[in-house]
Design a protein around this ligand. Structure first.
Ligand SMILES: [Zn+2]
Length: 93
């Protein structure tokens, strides 16, 4: 993670250990994924054997881990870091 935002210069590390809370956000997101995938399998795959649940859920969570890691930190910044979106700093693609 970079120390500062390359666009607006925002310093990401607000205080020491600020992102410890992001672990709980990540855990919550993982539980949400487990529930959504599990319920989807139950209804779409007509209640498959347990190993199908375990394999599918584990694979989904592992594949999405980089996204969960980043979004948990973003949620932490938005909820507890007093950060909000400002369109004037939007990058032109
Ligand atoms: Zn920025």
């Amino acid at each position: 993670m970079p120390e500062k935002c390359p666009v607006c210069g925002f310093r990401y590390e607000i205080e020491l250990g600020f992102y410890w809370g992001a672990m709980y956000m990540s855990y919550g997101l993982s539980v949400l994924i487990v529930l959504v995938v599990g319920v989807s399998l139950y209804f779409l795959a007509n209640d498959p054997p347990t190993w199908v649940y375990l394999t599918t859920v584990a694979t989904t969570v592992i594949v999405l881990t980089p996204l969960l890691f980043r979004y948990a930190r973003v949620m932490m910044l938005y909820f507890f870091g007093s950060v909000s979106y400002d369109p004037k700093y939007q990058r032109q693609l």
